[in-house]
Design a protein around this ligand. Sequence first.
Ligand code: TRP
Length: 459
Amino acid sequence: MENRKRETFSSGIAVFFATLGSAVGLGNIWKFPYLTGANGGGAFVFTYLICILLVGMPVMISEFYIGRKTRKNAVGAFKELKAKPFWKSIGFMGVISSFLIMFFYSSVAGWVYSYVFKTLKGDFAVLASQSMEQAAATVSQQFDAAVGGPVSPFVWQVIVMAVVSIIIIAGVRKGIERITKTLLPLLFVLIIICGIRALTLDGAVPGLKFLFQPDFSKLSPSVILAALGLAFFKLSLGMGTMITYSSYFTEEDNLFVTSAKVAISDTIVSLLAGIAIFPVVFTFGMEPAAGTGLLFKTIPLVFSKIPFGNLLLTAFFFLTSIAATTAMLSLLEVPVAYFIEEKEMSRNKAVLLTSGIILLIGILTVHPKSIFGNVVIAGKGFFDLFDFISSNILMPIGGLLISIFVGYIANREDTENELSNHGTLNNRGMTKTYLNILRYVTPALLIIVFLNCIGIIKL
Ligand code: TRP
């Protein structure tokens, strides 16, 4: 059988770390804390957890089913399931989304890499002796100088793509599996150390209260929508990433258990990032800043004022670079697997082609305010445009179509068979609950989010 010639991960542990590597990314380190800050803390976190349970996990399990059953890339999987051509568009949209996400993700990852280098050079050591205002100005200048220059951000983007390409060329086991199995445990250790340090600060109690004590008066439709969107982006859903990865899963893997383990661990990383950041933010009386700003302008500032700050700063950006890198592996593998299997390219050629396209177009995003920063399409710079089309349009549609496909179109017996590992697992009750949520709850929530995102309804 030609299917069997494909690579698979070597064990359950490898499946877990690779999948977790895809989920854990810039989403945990800056998006989660920033959105939590902007949306009022505990109530947002609570809503986010519910969204993971009702939307994230059901869609993830569905993608696992499609991928492992067919053992094909995102487009080939729907062909293999003999789905009507319409459903193949999910796969095509996935390939396009992964390019769009990588265009800007690779440039933010480049900023993170450059910050690891900057902290190692000791660029932020001066902050310790400066007043808070001076230090804030220095950090801002440093950020603009690092990412606003015409050449250096692009060089860092090339370095990121080179690192990711080398790992992907090495293949599923020697590349993805080896790197994620080695680096993710390290990421956990580093983020726990940063979290423990933050807990010893004066602002620890208000910080933790902010994160964990829900004040439900802060809940509003827009908070719920933000939480739902984040659940999607966080678990790498709706665009074929999990279909592609699960096509390399082992036959013995329990898909329900893997999805639960990945969702829980990913959430723990997000919460640890919150635990590392909020006590510091409260200790220094700062406002939770917006987006990329929180990571690059706030973190150097806050770590500079505490003992061992420089070391912790390097650790923090290093763990962020690990997260960004392992997430990018999963993004790159989507088009690569597609080109190899559907266009019959060699792995090397597929990787070079994909990375080449990303660098050519990705240069447009290296800094929203630099070379191409003045070009505006539909009211947005390239960076925001790529983010908007992928996260707000293609991924929700992808997630909705996947839940409808598995919930209503796919052969039910087939689904039950795959999810129970051909009857070896006794999980009928679980499968039934999952299918009910997938058919009724998930699509309804997604339709509401999507209509809101494109402005058709305003909640
Ligand atoms: N989940 C990653 C993060 O949180 C990003 C990511 C990787 C992603 N692959 C994806 C997002 C696929 C959407 C779709 O940073």
